[in-house]
Design a protein around this ligand. Sequence first.
Ligand code: BGC
Ligand code: BGC
Length: 644
Amino acid sequence: MKFKLIVGAVIIGSASLVTYIITKPISLEKSISIKVQALVKSMTLEEKVGQMTQADIPNISAFQVEKYHLGSVLNGGGSKPYGNKRASITDWLEVADEYYEASISTKEGRAAIPIIWGTDAVHGHNNVIGATIFPHNIGLGAANNPELMFKIGEISALEVRITGQDWTFAPTLAVARNDRWGRTYESYSESPDIVANLADDIINGIQGINNFEKNTLAPKNIIATAKHFIGDGGTLNGDDQGDNQSTMQQLRDIHMPGYLPAIDANVQTVMASYSKALGEKMHGNKSLLTDVLRGELGFDGFVIGDWDGHAQVEGCSTVSCPQAINAGIDMMMVPNDWKGFIEGTIKDVNDGKISMSRIDEAVTRILTVKMRMGMFEQTKPSLRPFANKVELLGSQQHRDVARQAVRESLVLLKNENNILPLDRKLNVLVTGPSADSLQNQTGGWSIDWQGNGNSNKDFPNGSTIFDGIKSVVESSGGSATYNRMGLIKKGADLPDVAIFVFGEKPYAEMFGDRDESGMRQGKQDGETMMYQEKLKRDLKAIQRLKKKGIRVIGIFVSGRPMVVNDELTQLDAFVAAWLPGTEGNGIAEVIFKNNEGKVNYDFKGKLSFSWPKNPLDAELNIGDEIYDPLYPFGFGLTYETNSQ
Ligand code: BGC
Ligand code: BGC
């Protein structure tokens, strides 16, 4: 755990697991404050409420941005320019330009305020074909390398700039405590220490360090979002958008620590969680959104709501929710019925349900962030410094960093007779459902929302795990054959070794919950932590190979640890690879020796989630009174010291 002591700081959080001292948030530069005040004063109520509204791109035209004074748009998972999944860089820029031009129109005396476009660049610029896609957070938690996080943040931001967006809804600072949750892979760790250790570095990478003191962002940076405040990872039964029943002290100890370094790093936006905390939906939770987040933690950016999250507050609908605005949400994500929301909110103000001073406060915060970013001095998106730099999107240099992240995220859990690292001259059979699948490797939030409508072609320049193995062995006199089912022709030579790559199919948000609701969405195979609870298809495939006397290395591609006891007894070695992203070739670099027959790269990853032994151990966390994992938190073998 990093411990930062800053002179003149105020101590705001002292928990059993983390002690953190935060600096006072940067004081708002005077000139900005004067400009913002003047602007707010000049705005009509329609303009103000428009600033507070964010719509999803399929549902809003540039003309409407101008007419209704929209402050922001987003592209939700799967929303693409012109509805085209394979939208090009120029398509993205064209749409960004149109929105921008509309937002700065001064027609009929309207205030010219640049629109801010937010996107879920949660593991690289993952909505764009050809972008570098990094491992999902669960793998980055296993790597737990702050310098690497900084680089990942920087590259993700720069790739977003190429297509003209300004803002990412990342990082997720959830501390996932129940692995049935479908967003477990978006969490760095079950331990707040690891989340807090990485939060500021990724944010500094995305936003740049110290840029706000100059009141501008460097051209390669964008603004970040710490999400989802607070307690998203601690809901009962791991239900997505469910009820976090923690006490205030537990919220502070477990779910809050990541926010302290995030705010210290000047994160400019915080997204409210869909979930409940202290008995109340977070979107309507004034004590946490205002008293704690702003008062106590000193957050001075703006709070963005989640996708129609306000509609879940008691007494609210998508088009009207004074509770959410009064609780402290400054900008509402209203993907579809943004027009109704603007009308409803204007009416709520006129009816006295929301005060004008609260509206002014929200708009002031939004405009302050826009000014701090230097948005008012910028040109249209396509003319900004990194726009349209085709050669940088998914560049070799960016992919090399992603490949490093893959290597460092791998956790070696079993290595009988030191079978790993393998010699490059072997004849290798590569098999299993995830061996040649970029879709399975990248998981949810990859090109499409759930991540399951893709094929390898959707990730140009990406490499599958098989690709990586093939290129390593073939360059050194070995051979690699891929056969999904692991079939070996009668009479054919047996391979020297088989690499069996298996695990979860992609999912996102509620579809990934391992419970009835997730299953109703039809996306997974069981309610417990047992892998392939119903059909033990992969176990049988492994057994078939073993019966032939072939040694089998298991590579597990998944968004969470799962019970694989039966598979494990069969396997000679077992590697948790999490959801590595587009650079599958990082795996071969670790499991094979180099050309001199020495260790090429050693394993560095350590479990940031406890690995369960029992199917019912979904809620198994370091620090539990009764703690009986198969592999404990922090576990991970290396070649150098402790292979067995
Ligand atoms: C959107 C996602 C969003 C989800 C929320 C989807 O239709 O594409 O971005 O997170 O709805 O339910
Ligand atoms: C998710 C957020 C995401 C938003 C926009 C929501 O459903 O909870 O994490 O940023 O959609 O896609």
